[in-house]
Design a protein around this ligand. Structure first.
Ligand code: NIG
Ligand code: FE
Length: 408
């Protein structure tokens, strides 16, 4: 089959490669759905391109990757937000049977079609800002049938919209009412029955655990991680969000793709995330909405050489937001990331947090031809605007996207 060769010329490229190269007078060649060549326009290899696109000197980055979302859910928790504004804490609401469990009730009551219809506009909003790859977690069903329903909706969204969806089984989000006081039994059910069954249905790309006082213990997380390892399923963890339980150290021992939140992580955790360890996924929108006071240890993570990603955490409780660009702004202002770190956090490092580090998030030969043409004067503008969308063109699999409507 002919793989069309396309030349994308007259561009300023922020490659997000290991050297962090910016190419001021750059060009890209794509063949089929992949990048074939990246470099200075004067050095483009002589080739008969099937198409030539003049990008008018605009900045181009890899397309954005939102590596941590709970985007599929029903209802809202606006009334809980109002309660929190009056001083009740997230943890108090959860202990009183609200929080995650209130969304569980809404998701269980929703049909697959309703879940799809409620989630689609949130996905459209992320896509409009230049997201072409995202993770979607389950975790509001907490029965086999309802977790499967959520994951099927996530897959359906991936077919209906121009995005790559990676699904994560987060059945260990909170203990469902049916298993109150029997969390170990619930964890064993997930490990022995649900994970293998949902994996066999093609619904699971990774497994996640909310390791927290109001979630699951480190020992329970280990039961799940061991089961995932036996089935070759990559793992991730909501770690040290509200307290330091030590989940990060366990996740690092299991070679997790990422540890997410990390507000209460310390130097031991930062060391465990060093170098090629799990990606530290920072979720500043949750930090902001929960009015947390304790930011993640960014200086220690940086000193350890940990890869830091930034994600929206889109969910009805702690982070009701669908703007990855706003998350970048918050990561810089609230957590102290540099503009460059924020950009790497939604490209190169976000790809790694999804196990896609060899194929996504970088402008380099062999990588997916997913990139964004921006209406900005400098790439620093990407984590600077709040509520303004400077996206010009989204190119996915070397095709210019029409939008923001679904592809089918
Ligand atoms: O990432 N911490 C647990 N999970 C979500 C919140 C889920 C919810 O409150 O519905 C988070 O913050
Ligand atoms: Fe989360």
């Amino acid at each position: 089959m002919h793989q069309p060769l396309k030349l994308w010329r007259n561009a300023r490229l922020a490659t997000c490669d290991a050297a962090g190269r910016h190419i001021e007078r750059g060009a890209l060649l794509t063949r089929g759905e992949r990048i074939d060549w990246v470099g200075e326009e004067v050095a483009v290899p002589a080739a008969n391109a099937d198409e030539v696109h003049d990008l008018g000197g605009a900045w181009v980055t890899p397309a954005l990757i939102d590596c941590h979302t709970h985007l599929v859910f029903a209802g809202t928790r606006a009334e809980e937000y109002a309660q929190r504004l009056r001083g009740t804490s997230y943890e108090q609401i959860a202990r009183a049977g609200g929080g995650i469990l209130s969304t569980v009730r809404a998701v269980r009551a929703a049909s697959e079609q309703q879940l799809f219809d409620e989630s689609a506009p949130r996905l459209a909003a992320l896509i409009a800002e230049g997201v072409t790859t995202l993770e979607i977690k389950s975790g509001y069903g907490l029965t086999l049938a309802d977790e499967a329903k959520m994951l099927r909706v996530a897959r359906a969204l991936g077919r209906a919209f121009p995005v790559t969806v990676r699904t994560t089984l987060l059945a260990a989000h909170t203990v469902p009412p049916e298993y109150r006081g029997r969390s170990q039994e619930y964890v064993e059910l997930i490990a022995r029955e649900w994970l293998p069954a949902l994996l066999a249905e093609g619904l699971v790309d990774a497994l996640d655990v909310f390791c927290e006082r109001i979630g699951f213990s480190v020992a329970e997380a280990e039961t799940l991680f061991a089961a995932a390892r036996a089935l070759d399923v990559p793992v991730k963890m909501h770690a040290e969000q509200l307290s330091n339980l030590g989940g990060t150290l366990l996740a690092a021992r299991y070679g997790a793709l990422s540890c997410d939140h990390l507000e209460y992580a310390g130097s031991a955790e930062a060391a465990a995330l060093a170098g090629g360890g799990p990606v530290a996924v920072l979720l500043p929108v949750a930090f902001y909405c929960l009015a947390e006071k304790h930011p993640p240890p960014v200086a220690a993570l940086r000193a350890a050489g940990a890869a830091m990603a930034v994600a929206s955490d889109c969910n009805p409780g702690s982070a009701p937001g669908t703007s990855l660009l706003t998350a970048m702004s918050m990561a810089t202002r609230l957590f102290g990331l540099t503009a460059e770190e924020a950009l790497l956090g939604v490209t190169r490092h976000a790809a790694r947090a999804l196990g896609l580090g060899a194929s996504h998030g970088v402008l380099a030969p062999g990588y997916a031809a997913d990139f964004i043409v921006w209406n900005v004067r400098s790439v620093e503008e990407l984590g600077y605007w709040i509520g303004f969308n400077p996206r010009r063109t989204v190119v996915r699999a070397a095709e210019v996207m029409r939008w923001p409507s679904p592809t089918s």
